[in-house]
Design a protein around this ligand. Structure first.
Ligand SMILES: Nc1ncnc2c1ncn2[C@@H]1O[C@H](COP(=O)(O)OP(=O)(O)OP(=O)(O)O)[C@@H](O)[C@H]1O
Length: 263
């Protein structure tokens, strides 16, 4: 018997003005697996993330998370539902410390009542201690402990990316959406990231949906891959199947030729 899909997108479409950013897309991500979402620039990948994270509301289709209708949830409920994400351009509080960014990452999870927080009641203090413990655990794991009190903006780019990754993980999500996690990283940082992503699945049982242009990382991490072009799904399969798929090769080569001609 197959495991039920944790995330299921069914026939989803969304347009901006005349541009159909996502056009009738369906995909499933099984619990405890890593799925890749790839495609040329402008294919609609980030828009899919924005719909799952409830930043955008698709005009058609359904999104189910753990069997429940995600589009019925209020946008701010998505994190408590167990979905976390990282962004292409990193959305960190750069003037704050690494530790504070990881504490804020847990904020929506902490069910502290207003009065108990305001009067520093024991329940609130215990939760804050737990949040600090969790932040330290994640900093240790991501090699960030030495930077706990450093301002994020003072850190190298690759380290800032680890802070963003850590902030997504700190809330103990069941599904994590990673938007181009390897962009701007050097080969050794990308190797470390590859292991971390696999570790999320193998050690934490977290399900991952990954948008990435670094095909080496995609091949080494993903159990299955969905390929988009012009908002549509053009292929789905294992990394081996995808790398041999003529439609996929053509979509990528076509884009490279267009870019060449425009240059
Ligand atoms: N908020 C928006 N308003 C208008 N158009 C948008 C908006 N968001 C996305 N689009 C358009 O939708 C299409 C898909 O964009 P999207 O960012 O999802 O692509 P992508 O596959 O993530 O690209 P890349 O790999 O370059 O990040 C593009 O034509 C883009 O310009």
């Amino acid at each position: 018997m197959s495991t039920p899909a944790l995330l299921e997108i069914e026939n989803m479409s969304i347009s901006f003005g005349g541009v159909k950013a996502v056009d009738g897309l369906s995909l499933k991500v099984e619990q405890g697996t890593i799925a890749g979402l790839i495609g040329p620039n402008g294919a609609g990948k980030t828009t899919v993330f924005n719909c799952v994270a409830r930043y955008y509301h698709p005009q058609e289709g359904r999104i189910r998370f753990d069997g429940k209708d995600l589009l019925a949830a209020r946008p701010h409920q998505v994190l408590p539902h167990g979905i976390a994400r990282t962004f292409q351009n990193m959305e960190l509080f750069r003037s704050m410390t690494v530790q504070d960014n990881l504490l804020i990452g847990q904020h929506t999870q902490i069910p502290v009542g207003f009065w108990s927080a305001a009067f520093s009641l024991p329940g609130a203090r215990a939760q804050e201690a737990e949040a600090r413990r969790r932040a330290s655990e994640v900093m240790e794991r991501f090699g960030l402990a030495q930077f706990a009190h450093a301002q994020v903006s003072s850190l190298p780019y690759g380290t800032q990316k680890m802070v963003e990754f850590g902030r997504a993980l700190v809330s103990r999500p069941r599904l994590i959406l990673l938007d181009e996690p390897a962009a701007g990283l050097n080969p050794s940082e990308t190797k470390g990231l590859t292991e971390l992503i696999r570790d999320l699945r193998d050690r934490d049982g977290i399900t991952v949906l990954l948008v990435e242009h670094d095909m080496g990382l995609v091949r080494r991490t993903c159990d299955e891959i969905y390929v988009m072009d012009f908002g549509r799904r053009i292929a789905h399969g294992t990394p081996d199947e995808i790398s041999r798929n003529p439609r996929v090769i053509e979509a990528y080569l076509g884009k490279q030729e267009e870019e060449h001609a425009a240059a």
